[in-house]
Ligand binder design. Sequence first.
Ligand SMILES: [Zn+2]
Length: 192
Amino acid sequence: MDDYRIDIPDRFYSDAEGKPFEYCQMCGKFLLSEGTSYVVEKAIKNYKGYDFGSTIFEFAVCLDCHTQVQKGMSEESLANLHRYYQQIMAEKSHQPIVIDIRNFNLDEWLSKCFFKGDEIGEMNEYQIVAQFNGNKMLMNMPPMIIGEKAMEEMAELLSDKTIDEMNGFREKFLGPSPEIEELIHGKKLILI
Ligand SMILES: [Zn+2]
């Protein structure tokens, strides 16, 4: 599976730094050495009809910390999210996801919600998520867009306990901002 790795695309750079994330937001571990697995997640506010958006929040967390965060989710929430994912994958199964790494067009792949297929140009906000190892992005778990419809559907599957945990995570590690407050109160917090 080692071949399914590509250089980190700009879209997954830290907007604040203008370069790849270097440290885990939670434990401070250096991320760019080979063998270090981590996840990058960003939430982007879109301006309908325009070709740009602004990043509301962004973070990188190492796999260990990511696992810790997931442990904070209730079993019910995790099971619900898992079922949601399985259901979408079952619906998609008549057209299997094939990524030809040599001709892969990341911008095209990341122009639609992974779950619902709607275009990001038509959304108010969306999240992008991908997995990395050192200075490479992993393609065997392809990067994905979570569009606002999918975010809403997933948020409904989460227990209050899980939402509290996620809010706690955001407040602790991302700091409050008016935009994040808006997301929190909208309960649209998805951590894949
Ligand atoms: Zn960490």
